[in-house]
Design a protein around this ligand. Structure first.
Ligand code: CA
Length: 219
């Protein structure tokens, strides 16, 4: 019996995958297509994608946001979990990376759910706020440049309805948040973690899944 999260060695991690992952063939194919990419480590793990899909279904989410698409695996996981008329506002600046994922969105027949916006996410989110979409969204996933996380969080919090959920990726940052590392990314994540811990606008959980996934439910 332990009061701590297990450290997963390779064997136990493989067991988790073998006994839980239920990917659409397009998800597996997209992971394979991303594996050789120089930034392949930016892709979320399959168990995290499946967990986020479960959250979407539990919440009955229909309108969702993603900040940081990369090659589109997390967008695919969320879109597959949405109802057919559900929407994902997908924010990224890279046409090159997001193009990798689009054939797999089509293969999974979820392309119509994904509204891909290629410009700085802060601009996209501010534009949605300006057109009166505050309080209209159910779920947001933040997984982009770490130094802008606080800006994304504040905007997503406004766009979410009460009871909506923000999932923030990489909040453990390979363990560097618990060190004296002074890189801009680490410092930004440390500051955000401190802020979230004290933020009484949300209910909070920091999960040691993947590289750390913080869940913040808007009160
Ligand atoms: Ca990430």
């Amino acid at each position: 019996m332990s009061d701590r999260t297990l450290n997963l060695d390779d064997k136990l991690y493989q067991y988790v995958l073998d006994h839980s992952i239920r990917e659409h063939p397009a998800q597996k194919a997209l992971r394979d297509a991303t594996r050789s990419h120089p930034y392949a480590g930016m892709q979320i793990s399959p168990e995290q994608g499946q967990f986020m899909g479960l959250l979407i279904k539990l919440m009955g989410a229909r309108r969702t946001i993603e900040v940081g698409v990369f090659t589109g695996y997390s967008a695919l996981a969320v879109a597959l979990a949405l109802p057919d008329d559900g929407k994902l506002l997908a924010c990224d600046i890279s046409n090159e990376y997001t193009q990798i994922g689009q054939p797999f969105w089509e293969q999974a027949q979820v392309r119509h759910k994904i509204d891909l916006q290629l410009r700085p996410a802060l601009e996209t989110l501010d534009a949605r706020l300006a057109t009166g979409e505050a309080g209209q969204y159910d779920f947001a996933f933040i997984d982009a440049d770490k130094t802008s996380y606080d800006g994304y969080y504040e905007r997503c919090l406004q766009l979410l309805r009460r009871g909506g959920l923000i999932a923030i990726d990489n909040t453990l940052w390979s363990g560097k948040v618990a060190t004296h590392d002074t890189s801009a990314d680490t410092v930004a994540l440390q500051a955000l973690n401190i802020k979230l811990h004290q933020d009484d606008r949300v209910d909070l959980s920091l999960l040691p899944i993947g590289d750390g996934l913080t869940l913040a439910r808007k009160r």
